[in-house]
Design a protein around this ligand. Structure first.
Ligand SMILES: Nc1ncnc2c1ncn2[C@@H]1O[C@H](COP(=O)(O)OP(=O)(O)OP(=O)(O)O)[C@@H](O)[C@H]1O
Length: 472
């Protein structure tokens, strides 16, 4: 053997090795077929993408593989039919993947197809994203139609996040009440659910918005001071009173809206005065003898159960009936978890802007927040995010969030607050409690094994129960 031959063989072997390395290291799938569609070779990525082994397809015609339903249709047959480069989207039933396949012909000098090289790119993730995007577009469109009178822009302008159907329904009702000029609205909901925010939205969208919105917290002042604040007083009405007397909040709200927060804490005697105002639209200042006509809308709010207060004689029944003609009931955040992600994004970007930071949150922390009970509702969420931005030292506020959620549940699972359920009887309540415990375990533990250890049940039971309660 001559020296030249040895070099040629070596470089040939070297070239083959180079080709094989490139061929198999590609993360795209590659098929090589002859001009009749006979498979000559496929690379490793293609084996994975299609869920097949090379030896099962090499030497077979592509048409047989379509008949065997390995893919729904073939780009190779299109190239054979047209003699031109073709691109198709394929679905692979075995792996559930979507592949973008491009077939390129290699032609002989006389124009016949010698080889067809097919390149397959995995588009599954992109496809899923597209489907999710389309789905969310549909939901958005549905809401848009449903809420023809709620402008999304209006919500954004008011810094209100409402992605859940429940919240959007409430906002729709609130705006309707604004537009019809309802003069007497009751807003119910746990602390921090947004009762004040809703009151401001109602006022802003009503015909009264050129007049003031006056707010008072009925739980914040002792009875006599509250009375003087609300109704005002004549000069010399009581010791220490201002010499000139003082105009009350009712009069200040003339033409506008008076927001009576924590109405459930209003003392009984003042409830009687409020009822009188609602009946004849007149007030009398403390120490005054003359009635003053006042025209303002009232929005009362409370986190208390007024019916129970009525039963306990702590709230006047006639006032309760007078107030409850238009009720807006804000659900707690844990019952509209679809709002959590939007609220987190909203308050994260607000805090980043305020504190000139660029903090982010990991999907894990977001998931934990979505499963957390939020006893303090949106106010608590806002505080957690804002503190996270201020207190974290790195770009991610994940650790801070996980730690602060943990702190809210001292003593761990044992002391986890019992859920307020409306489930039927004991069985329903037990199930709701079990679900809460599982959600908590899911949030705290990285694996189902760890959750099983924590809950004291087997790992298959954890998996079964997650499935049963639809815990992702
Ligand atoms: N849907 C929402 N979108 C954006 N922010 C919200 C939303 N709901 C509430 N918030 C914010 O949460 C915080 C608490 O809301 P708000 O004071 O209105 O609650 P509340 O029910 O009146 O509470 P409380 O009963 O303690 O007075 C506020 O900072 C408010 O802006």
């Amino acid at each position: 053997m001559s020296a030249k031959n040895t070099i040629d063989e070596r470089s040939y072997e070297y070239l083959i090795r180079q080709f094989e390395t490139i061929f198999h290291s590609s993360s795209d799938g590659i098929w090589v077929c002859d001009g009749n569609g006979m498979v000559i070779n496929i690379n490793r990525a293609s084996e994975i993408l299609n869920g097949i082994r090379a030896e099962d397809v090499i030497g077979h015609n592509i048409k047989d593989l379509v008949a065997r339903k390995i893919f729904d249709h073939s780009v190779t047959t299109r190239v054979m039919a047209t003699g031109l480069r073709q691109t198709v989207m394929q679905f692979i039933p075995k792996t559930g993947k979507y592949l973008l396949s491009t077939g390129t012909p290699s032609l002989t000098e006389d124009g016949r197809i010698a080889l067809i090289v097919v390149n397959e790119r995995d588009m599954t993730e992109l496809n899923t994203l597209r489907q999710e995007f389309e789905k969310s577009q549909q939901v958005r469109e549905k809401y848009r139609q449903e809420l023809s009178d709620i402008s999304l822009l209006e919500l954004e302008r008011n810094d209100i996040v409402a992605e859940s159907a429940a919240m959007r329904r409430i906002l729709q009702m609130a705006l309707k009440l604004s537009h019809i000029g309802a003069s007497n609205i009751l807003v119910l909901g746990e602390s921090g659910t947004g009762k004040g925010l809703l009151a401001r939205l109602i006022h802003k969208n009503s015909a009264r918005n050129t007049h003031p919105l006056v707010e008072i917290n009925c739980a914040a002042l002792p009875e006599n001071l509250l009375e003087a604040e609300l109704f005002g007083y004549q000069k010399g009405a009581f010791t220490g009173a201002d010499e000139k007397g003082k105009i009350g909040l009712f009069e200040l709200a003339q033409g506008g809206t008076l927001f009576l927060d924590e109405i459930g804490d209003m003392p009984l005697q003042l409830q009687a005065k409020l009822l009188k105002y609602l009946d004849n639209k007149e007030i009398r200042r403390v120490g005054g003898t003359r009635s003053i006509k006042v025209d303002c809308a009232t929005i009362a709010a409370t986190n208390k159960d007024l019916k129970t207060l009525v039963a306990e004689k702590a709230f006047r029944q006639d006032l309760y009936y007078r107030l409850n003609s238009f009720i807006l009931q804000l659900p707690p955040l844990r019952e509209r978890r679809e709002d959590i992600a939007g609220l987190v994004r909203f308050y994260l970007s607000e805090a980043n802007r305020t504190y000139n930071c660029a903090r982010t949150i990991s999907p894990r922390a977001m998931r934990s927040l979505q499963e957390y009970r939020f006893p303090g509702n949106v106010r608590e969420l806002r505080n957690i995010i804002e503190n996270g931005v201020v207190m974290s030292n790195d770009d991610q506020i994940t650790e801070f969030i996980l730690a602060s959620i943990d702190e809210q549940v001292p003593g761990g699972l044992e002391s986890f607050p019992r859920p307020a359920t409306t489930g039927e009887g004991l069985a329903g309540k037990l199930q709701a409690y079990e679900r809460e415990l599982l959600l908590e375990a899911r949030r705290r533990c990285r694996t189902t094994r760890e959750a099983a250890r924590q809950l004291g049940i087997s790992q298959p039971s954890v998996v079964r129960k997650y499935k049963q309660y639809k815990i992702d």
